[in-house]
Design a protein around this ligand. Structure first.
Ligand SMILES: Cc1cc2nc3c(=O)[nH]c(=O)nc-3n(C[C@H](O)[C@H](O)[C@H](O)COP(=O)(O)O)c2cc1C
Length: 359
């Protein structure tokens, strides 16, 4: 199951230490201006090695468009994109060939398929998320033309919560920190864990503004359900909240309901979604990431023959995957909203009549 979406579908391929990773994005309407520099800039935001808060692995992540674009415009045919892997150090993984790394997909892939590509986790590696970011960048270009803007940032690192949400600040922060007053403390927590050969978790806040009323397909393709699916499917994501999420379960109905006025909603506890359909307010999603499983402390595990052993990892890893995860959250939100925008077409007779006017 390597395809995501209904009308706008993203299929990704490739492994961490294979020749390349890539994607096919199908369903993009013809005539969309494809800004290749923008797609590359999105990949650059996700790529590793930008600071000491990230893995030292240096991937160039150069994206090449193979099809579906002619003279800078989408042609309405599948858009294929490829990113060649250039910085694999497969030798780093020799020592884990016959054992399962705790917190990784090694155990489950091996038992499900009977074999596994142990180099960097193969297909289970978050390297695959670069392909999602490439597809998501095109979805963002589509949404931009509809006036929808997506932003993200870290609202929590190692339990240190943001008290202020400043997306403009997050853009320039190396840990995409939303609260300038908490940034130093959050950065210190990441570096302290890194020095101790450990890792920390974090929470990404992703929002979409300018979303029209009506996106989301009840009953089994509701906007909130599909966003939760999209975010939970990101490597290391362990929980997703829509709007106030868990906090709303601690409120009274009188506190949680968003009053409606002729000018719009007075508050946004719902995260811009009611009954699985966007209500025109900002769509708000929080994605909780676990601490990076690859740590450089000795860990108890078993071999592929179920013999007890210990795991001592080498290689290069992010001490907090939520940082680069933020860019992936944006991509997944863009893919969902662009898909929902296409699915919503023709939902009313007047949509259809506008599309096919009588002669
Ligand atoms: C952007 C991103 C980068 C990641 N980089 C690493 C990494 O360098 N090292 C690591 O051990 N895990 C990394 N992960 C997490 C693992 O891929 C993930 O935890 C693992 O495949 C097990 O899957 P699960 O946590 O979803 O169960 C990363 C996740 C994301 C979203």
């Amino acid at each position: 199951m390597n395809t995501f979406g209904k009308k706008l579908t993203l299929t990704t391929f490739g492994e961490s230490h294979g020749k390349a990773i890539g994607c096919i994005l199908d369903g993009v309407p013809a005539g969309l201006k494809i800004d290749e520099a923008f797609i590359q800039s999105e990949l650059d935001r996700r790529k590793p090695g930008k600071s000491k808060l990230e893995t030292g692995r240096k991937e160039d992540d150069r994206v090449e468009i193979l099809s579906g674009v002619f003279e800078g415009l989408s042609t309405g045919t599948p858009i294929a994109m490829v990113i060649f892997n250039t910085n694999q150090k497969s030798k780093d993984y020799d020592s884990i060939k016959n054992l399962f790394r705790p917190g990784h997909a090694d155990f489950t892939y091996f038992h499900k398929y009977g074999l596994r590509d142990y180099r960097g986790g193969g297909r289970s590696s978050a390297r695959e998320t670069a392909a999602r970011v490439a597809g998501g960048a095109i979805a963002k270009l589509m949404l931009q033309e509809l006036g929808v803007a997506i932003q993200s940032g870290l609202c929590e690192v190692d339990g240190i919560k943001a008290e202020k949400i400043d997306f403009a600040h997050a853009k320039g922060s190396k840990l995409y920190a939303l609260d300038p007053n908490k940034e130093a403390q959050q950065e210190a927590a990441i570096l302290t864990a890194k020095e101790a050969h450990d890792s920390v978790g974090g929470v990404v806040l992703t929002t979409a503004t300018g979303v029209p009323v009506g996106l989301g397909e009840p009953l089994y393709y509701k906007l909130d359900a599909v966003l939760a699916d999209a975010m939970m499917g990101i490597n290391a994501a362990k929980a997703v909240e829509i709007g106030d999420g868990i906090a709303s379960t601690h409120l009274k109905g009188s506190q949680n309901n968003d009053p409606i006025t002729p000018e719009g909603f007075k508050s946004n506890h719902s995260g811009g979604i009611l009954g699985g359909i966007s209500n025109g307010d900002t769509v708000i999603v929080k994605t909780h990431f676990k601490p990076t499983p690859s740590i450089f402390k000795e860990q108890e595990t078993v071999t592929v023959d179920n013999e007890p052993t210990v795991c001592n990892l080498k290689g290069r890893h992010d001490p907090c995957v939520a940082i680069r995860g933020a860019v992936v959250c944006e991509a997944m939100m863009a893919l969902v909203l662009a898909d929902m925008a296409l699915l919503n077409l023709g939902k009313k007779m007047d949509h259809l009549k506008a599309l096919y006017p009588t002669h």
